[in-house]
Design a protein around this ligand. Structure first.
Ligand SMILES: C[S@@+](CC[C@H](N)C(=O)[O-])C[C@H]1O[C@@H](n2cnc3c(N)ncnc32)[C@H](O)[C@@H]1O
Length: 349
């Protein structure tokens, strides 16, 4: 046995545990209002921050100590003040920032809460159904996606699709499939009043939220309907899916249905996790996070429905192969708008 290797792995293990407990502390800070308050005032002593946020000082002290040790906040032993750098506040406290990571603080605990079910499925087969992840998962997915969708959908993502903006302005039929709580469909409908936007999702909870959020927008409609039942007539000129295909029980069938529901020359914008289809290209912390969230959520809920279990890291090469198999005429990675989390692909019928 190599003692050095044991010690090095022990250090790595401490990093894993610290990552998990820091996510836990950040989730407590998020839900209790501590993160929001820190974002507003920038910093203070335990007493200042506990009083300002209306929280129990002993908890605030322990949470801030952990967050200081993790490098989330900075601690000055002279003044005993904790400061949240404004750059960090973008991720922890500013719900409107495209960098905001608060959604992860809902989804990761919800995913970890299903470890027993995933372990059972690992032994016996099957999986954990989407509904078992609960309300926190639906809320977290929306909080994770909404800030970047609000910031970039109209300003960067749509302009990357050739010719689509004038067509949206003159009025076309659009569908956002697996629309979740409806941010993309509502943004599109508000920006393009001549177009008719349909949002579809199998989650009745998501559709109820989307419908409630859109009462003042006349040209958007939400329906509790799966991708496999996407209406074919009249056809859509533009279809979008944001982080949906890899979750499906039948991803290829879903892609074929999107193709069939598109008008001739219609465009399909697919956003999926940014990964390679080859494991050896994904051996990084981001890859670890992707395979982890996939196992604890994406994969298991697909397998729970008797699906193929594509997994979140199905990657660009597989996406291109499946686009051809689904009958799309072209597949183009939109690298100029892809980021470290998400890849965008433009498929044309
Ligand atoms: C990761 S969430 C993304 C939600 C939304 N697109 C967003 O960006 O916030 C995946 C969504 O796909 C939906 N979904 C899963 N299977 C589906 C199916 N067969 N048809 C339509 N939607 C489905 C889920 O209910 C969930 O809302």
């Amino acid at each position: 046995m190599d003692r050095v290797k044991i010690d090095a792995f022990l250090d790595r293990f401490i990093e894993f545990a610290a990552g998990a407990t820091t996510i836990g502390l950040l989730a407590v800070a998020d839900r209790s209002g501590l993160s929001r308050h820190l974002g507003e005032v920038g910093g203070g002593t335990v007493q200042d921050l506990a009083e300002g946020a209306g929280l129990q000082s002993r908890y605030v002290q322990e949470i801030l100590s952990g967050l200081a040790a993790a490098g989330v906040v900075e601690y000055d032993p002279g003044t005993q003040r904790f400061e949240l750098p404004p750059e960090h506040a973008l991720l922890t406290s500013d719900e409107s920032s495209p960098y905001f990571m608060g959604g992860f603080l809902d989804v990761l605990p919800a995913f970890l809460g299903q470890i027993d079910g995933v372990a059972r499925a690992t032994v016996h087969g099957g999986g954990v159904v989407f509904e078992d992840f609960g309300e926190a998962a639906v809320r977290g997915i929306s909080r994770a996606q909404t800030p970047s969708q609000r910031t970039f959908l109209l300003s960067r993502w749509l302009p990357a699709i050739p010719g689509v903006i004038p067509r949206l302005e003159s009025g076309i039929r659009v569908a956002d499939v697996g629309c979740g709580s409806g941010t993309v469909a509502i943004l599109l409908a508000e920006a393009f009043p001549e177009s008719w936007v349909l949002g579809y999702d199998v989650s009745s909870e998501a559709i109820a939220t989307a419908t409630e959020r859109s009462t003042t927008v006349p040209n958007v409609e939400f329906e509790n309907r799966g991708i496999e039942d996407l209406p074919l007539d009249p056809p859509f000129e533009l279809i979008t899916t944001f982080d949906v295909i890899h979750d499906l029980t039948d991803p290829l069938g879903g892609m074929k249905r999107v193709r069939d529901a598109l008008a001739e020359g219609g465009q399909y914008l697919m956003m999926e996790p940014n990964a390679s289809s080859n494991l050896e290209d994904n051996l990084s912390p981001r890859g670890a996070m992707l395979y982890g969230t996939s196992t604890l959520h994406c994969l298991t809920q697909s397998l729970a429905g008797g699906g193929v279990g594509l997994g979140a890291a199905w990657g660009r090469q597989r996406a291109e192969e499946m686009a051809a198999e689904a009958g799309f005429g072209s597949f183009e990675p939109l690298d100029e708008i892809s980021n470290r989390f998400s890849a965008f692909y433009l498929l044309t019928r």
